[in-house]
Design a protein around this ligand. Structure first.
Ligand code: ADP
Ligand code: ZN
Length: 321
């Protein structure tokens, strides 16, 4: 673990902690905003018995060097139970990462650290961060979709991250799959050929036998990838009416995909309910790879502000402006 580094001599008024808990690594941060990041570390995602003490050490050291934190936000891999009325609120549920199955962020992390803590999904946090500091500033209705090891999305609806019963699972939506054109069965362990099964990074890798980063821009992989993603995006446009869609994640590092998608979306919309400008409708995240962890900082700030207004900080609602 990288040790805590004081990057600014001035003690800020309110310090916040952020955690992006991902499949391969956990990113830890103490910051007030993207311009004021006071400590940062990246640790490998191991089992909770190893990773949790590392995280506690990081935030304890950070507080010794920098001062008390007001709250911590967690941008967690899912699925995670975000229904405050559920007995499993804050638990990671049916994850293939067996050691984290039923892990309870409140019981097993917050209590040890003794700070207010709020958990949301990685993509919901990314949406929060992008609205506060990134490419969705000023927007009340937009979608953040990541296309990486998995596909996941968060929707800002009327200025609030939409949760439904717990959180959305956009990656598992069904898209038409022409098995003659594409006999690949898909990689989703639950559905086979859902969107994630057909268009995630691992789907590309298994279908074409090459790491997606090594597939050249003219490879037919990208036309097919754009076909599936555009179908999903049009479904999202018609169901959520977003002002913008931000596309992040490793696969979207293929920037040529943006134009392929813009063309296909226009075609699929068929002239009905077109965004005014396709160029600004579909964008990468403004915070780059830090949307999630900075979004966790934004989540911590929301939690703190809510508690300051007299809310029950053990169980704040999910989640306002
Ligand atoms: P995660 O989803 O695990 O948080 P990423 O968003 O980085 O992480 O996504 C990782 C996936 O993206 C992998 O399947 C990887 O093959 C793919 N990927 C990473 N870089 C690129 C790239 N430059 N072009 C296409 N695919 C990439
Ligand atoms: Zn699926």
């Amino acid at each position: 673990m990288r040790s805590v580094r004081n990057v600014n001599a001035h003690q800020p008024v309110n310090l916040f902690g952020g955690i992006e808990a991902g499949g391969t690594k956990f990113v830890l941060m103490v910051a007030t905003d993207p311009e004021h990041i006071f400590a940062r570390s990246s640790i490998p995602a191991r089992e909770p018995a190893v990773t949790i003490p590392e995280m506690i050490r990081f935030f304890t050291q950070a507080q010794e060097h920098l001062g008390s934190l007001c709250a911590i936000g967690v941008a967690s891999f899912g699925p995670v139970d975000l229904n405050p009325r559920s007995p499993h609120y804050g638990c990671i549920t049916t994850t293939p990462k067996v050691a984290w199955s039923n892990f309870n962020w409140f019981e097993q992390f917050q209590k040890a650290l003794g700070l207010p803590l709020k958990v949301d999904t990685d993509v919901n946090c990314a949406a929060l961060g992008e609205r506060k500091w990134g490419n969705a500033q000023g927007l009340d209705n937009f979608i953040y979709l990541t296309v990486g090891t998995g596909i996941g999305g968060g929707a800002m609806v009327g200025g609030t991250v939409y949760h439904g019963q717990s959180h959305l699972e956009m990656g598992h939506m069904r898209v038409p799959h022409d098995r003659q054109q594409d006999p690949f069965p898909g990689v989703c362990p639950y559905h086979g050929d859902c969107l994630e099964g057909l268009a995630s990074g691992p789907a590309l890798e298994h279908r074409w036998g090459t790491k997606p980063a090594d597939l050249p821009p003219k490879h037919p992989a990208w036309e097919l990838e754009a076909d599936y993603l555009a179908l999903a995006l049009v479904n999202l446009i018609y169901t959520l009416s977003p002002q913008r869609i931000l596309l992040g994640g490793g696969v979207m590092k293929q920037v040529h995909l943006f134009d392929l998608l813009r063309d296909r979306i226009m075609r699929l919309l068929g002239g009905y309910h077109l965004p005014s400008s396709m160029d600004s409708f579909l964008l990468p995240p403004g915070l780059g790879d830090e949307s999630g962890v900075l979004g966790a900082i934004a989540l911590a700030q929301q939690t703190h502000a809510y508690a300051e207004q007299g809310g029950d900080d053990e169980n704040p609602p999910l989640f306002q402006k």
